[in-house]
Design a protein around this ligand. Sequence first.
Ligand code: CAA
Length: 276
Amino acid sequence: MAQASHGQAPPTEEELSRARLRLGLEGPVARITISRPERRNAMTGRTWTTLAHIGRTLPDDVRIVVIEGDGDTFSAGIDLGMFSPEGVDGERSVVAGLADGTTTDAELQDYVAGLQEGFLWLRRPDLVTIAAVRGHAIGAGFQLALSCDLRILADDARLCMKEPALGLVPDLTGTKPLVDIVGVNRAIEICLTARRVGAQEARELGLAELVVGVDELSGAVDDVVAALLATDREAATATKALLQQAAGNTLAQQAEAERRAQAARLTALAKGMTGR
Ligand code: CAA
């Protein structure tokens, strides 16, 4: 495995396997595979804390992160066993300590904050993150795909925000990108009906950048990765940062941000030309 970039060691093979993840590093491309096909790639808290660990320790030369599911499902979301008092394979249950009042509201929120870390880093401006989705992306699976910059869907993909139907809310950082993409009204409809949004509709709603046949998914992802890698890294990072702040800025603020970013780019390019 490549060297950790920020002091902390990357997750070991043992830790990845316990989290039902695989990590492949090929130079500037990291491929993260949710690897539990017999349970339709259902995930646990450990999956998300390990995702956060991967994010913290990615080698500095990684520019692209591709997330996919093993087999014909992206992910069936949280392992429903996490809501049973026993938890999953010895991992703490989400509801542990609630019935007897030993878990406080603050502790629960801290716990969820730790899980959210697994999703938040996917927005880093120095990375472009891609969800390659086959089959179901349910609940946390849909939120994981929403946390990525790009969603490339096979035509059998089905996206579903199941949480409200289970008496819960989507809490893994998916509500903001969903509303940003489809608008609040469509987001209410999708979440509160918990219906499955098919690939073609996802494309029409802007939830997918690309929809391809199942057999073409891997090739389509490779093509997009190659195109992204052809762009200068510093320019790509500065542009993603600029685009990410556009919705929250006024036109004047955004124009100022563009000027600032361009001055930095022009200075860097000029230094490169003159060698000074
Ligand atoms: N948790 C645990 N096990 C799951 C699972 C899940 N989320 N999803 C599927 N499995 C298991 C099934 O129990 C089954 O196990 P057995 O072989 O031991 O019976 C195995 O995976 C295969 O599942 P199916 O036979 O159901 O496969 P399918 O292809 O017919 O259907 C599916 C696939 C549509 C994903 C269906 O399994 C399903 O609806 N799963 C539940 C989805 C769900 O409700 N997820 C939680 C969403 S909420 C969330 O993620 C966020 C949150 O924080 C609340």
